[in-house]
Design a protein around this ligand. Structure first.
Ligand code: NAD
Length: 353
């Protein structure tokens, strides 16, 4: 990879611009908002990384056409699919679409079909699964180190005060897609890393894909017009019968984050034995540098990735199913065909519980 175009000069676009520069890539950033480009240059980038990097080019979207090896789509979820379809026409080596892939009710079949027919690799930015901690857990699960898991729990309990600290120009949830479940925000969309990690670990453990979903959601409407789920609790069962749970919320304060700032921990706990604690030191910028390195390696070696589009589509179905099961008050059984590509008809049957 040598050249990257980043669409969206917001929080994630700034992370990716820095990560790509650390890898020595040539970076062009576009945004529909001139104010966003200026904020990135004057405030966001210098406050995170010390100083603006003059080697980064900033352009309005209409002036940044032409070939780029990698196109990163770091805009709000409702623009992801149209921007990805447009980027596919340019035949880059790869496209990285930020998570969640789209709002819950969006149509994603055309993107899946076009990507399947294209030489361009399409990734969805669930970067935690390519992090060293998740990779270590997946390896140990696949090797049977803890035997065959009977259940898996993943929790992302993080009040979104932290997210708003990274977006000081937003007064609150109503100011962006974050405050609207329908737009891909709320706990289900914003913290969908947890669903994605659950799916990743279940597959690593040989338990297959999620077959049944039952959600309990806590939706709120605020006086300034926001309407979102602040709690998303999911019970999941895979095709092999493994039953587990995902909790995503934007209300837990203090947030339950990694073991300590600058580190993840993988702890192997067995009865009557000392805990086997593995500390993995990393910074937030490392997450995105590792993700871009991973994409480069997968494209070079032609090997599959846990952030391939097909996994992003699976998580997208889960977000949609979560809202649907809460709306219907039922458990939902997902139709597992087709195995790859389009998200298909997500619901085969509903059973009242
Ligand atoms: N992987 C992660 O850990 C992670 C972290 C943060 C954000 N994200 C995801 O990244 C996406 C963006 O989030 P953010 O926090 O950077 O948002 P943001 O509001 O900070 O920035 C989005 C930018 O996109 C621009 N934009 C909107 N439509 C556009 C278009 N059509 N063309 C060009 N620019 C356009 C906006 O002007 C804005 O500057 C979201 O989907 C979010 O969930 C992922």
């Amino acid at each position: 990879m040598n050249t990257v175009r980043i669409v969206g000069a917001g929080s994630i676009g700034t992370h990716h611009a820095h990560a790509a520069r650390q890898l020595g890539w040539s970076v062009t950033v576009t945004d529909v908002s001139e104010a966003a480009l200026e904020r990135m240059r004057r405030d966001l980038y210098p406050s995170r990384y010390g100083a603006w990097d003059e080697a980064i080019t900033q352009l309005s979207p209409d002036r940044a056409q032409g070939h780029f090896d990698l196109v990163i789509i770091g805009t709000p979820p409702d623009s992801h699919v149209p921007l990805a379809l447009a980027a596919l026409s340019e035949s880059p080596v790869a496209i990285l679409i930020e998570k969640p892939l789209a709002p819950p009710a969006a149509t994603v079949e055309q993107l899946a079909a076009r990507a399947a027919d294209s030489a361009t690799r399409v990734f969805v930015g669930y970067d935690h699964v390519v992090g060293r901690a998740a990779q270590m857990i997946a390896r140990e699960l696949a090797a049977g180190v803890v035997g065959r898991p009977l259940t898996i729990d993943v929790e992302f309990r993080e009040h979104w005060a932290g997210i708003f600290r990274a977006h000081p120009w937003l007064a609150g949830p109503a100011d962006s897609y974050l405050g609207f479940s329908e737009a891909g925000g709320g706990a289900a969309g914003e913290h969908s890393h947890a669903m994605n990690l659950w799916q990743f670990f279940a597959e690593a453990a040989g338990a297959g894909r999620v077959r049944q979903v039952q959600a309990a959601m806590d939706y709120i409407s605020t006086s300034d017009g926001a309407a979102y789920d602040r709690l998303c609790l999911l019970l999941l069962r895979t095709e092999s019968g493994l039953l587990g749970r995902v909790v995503q919320d934007v209300v837990t304060l203090p947030a339950e984050l990694g073991c300590k700032p600058g580190a993840d921990a993988v702890i192997l706990r067995r009865p009557d034995q000392e805990d086997d604690v593995r500390i993995i030191h990393k910074t937030r910028p490392d997450d995105f540098i590792d993700e871009l390195r991973h994409i480069e390696r997968c494209c070079r070696d032609g090997v599959p990735s846990p952030i391939d589009l097909r996994h992003g589509l699976e998580t997208q179905r889960l977000i949609r199913a979560a809202h649907e099961t809460a709306r219907l008050g039922t458990r939902i059984t997902l139709d597992l065909a087709p195995p790859e590509g389009g998200d298909g008809a997500p619901i085969r049957s509903q059973q009242h519980v």
